[in-house]
Design a protein around this ligand. Sequence first.
Ligand SMILES: Nc1ncnc2c1ncn2[C@@H]1O[C@H](COP(=O)(O)OP(=O)(O)O)[C@@H](O)[C@H]1O
Ligand SMILES: [Mg+2]
Length: 259
Amino acid sequence: MVPTSDRSRMATEARASVAIRAENLTKEFKLAHHAYASLKGLLLSFLPKRVEHLVALKQVSFTIHKGETVGVIGQNGSGKSTLLGIIARVYRPTSGELEVNGRVAPLLELGAGFHPDLTGLENIYFNGVILGLSRKQVAERIEAIVQFAELEGYIDAPIRTYSSGMLMRLGFAIAAHVDADILLVDEVLAVGDARFQQKCYDKIQQFQREGRTILFVSHDMEAIQQVAQRALWLDKGVLRADGDTSSVVRDYLRSVQET
Ligand SMILES: Nc1ncnc2c1ncn2[C@@H]1O[C@H](COP(=O)(O)OP(=O)(O)O)[C@@H](O)[C@H]1O
Ligand SMILES: [Mg+2]
């Protein structure tokens, strides 16, 4: 028999090691079909609107422990970005439970969270503060962020003049320098050139050594297998598999070939 004090300590430790826990997570988007730009449309707009319900995630459950890197795979529209968006608190789940322990640095769509008319530098401040740093902490990291992003000559230009590669570099550099416990990476690395991608993978490895938690969405099965020990496979919003990366990737590729 384990003494009660030990048992409660063990329970506390088990809870403390959870980074992300999802239980029956469901997300439904409501798509209202609005009136057309015509007289008929105007008349139709007095009728009840047709609302389409789209279930992007269906009863998804999993637990990710601190220090794990988990790949998320699945065809387009399978709910990968929705899942990351919920973890980043961009969306609220329709039902189910989500526990997130630690500070999250989301790297979602390209340029998400950036203000096009502000300069690169202003966007670093803006995002750094949003992600939980003080202005002083941001100031201390500016040089490292700009250097990592390789944007020394462009940092005073408005973001709207940036290429997709530059946006990705800035986004990754910020996410990598805010001391987050959990890093969410949604596909964005694909727009970078091979050399910068390698630099991101090196940084990701450093995070792994530091015991941070990473959720990594990619269509690049080689990258997924190199980065993650474990993978989640989402299929039309349903969690089809959760396990060791090589077997989940193998089953996924097999199912893609069959369809
Ligand atoms: N903001 C939104 N409003 C309405 N529907 C959305 C929204 N975001 C995603 N969806 C829908 O939810 C489903 C899952 O999308 P998504 O999570 O982006 O998939 P993935 O990232 O795997 O390609 C898709 O059918 C998509 O059209
Ligand atoms: Mg997506």
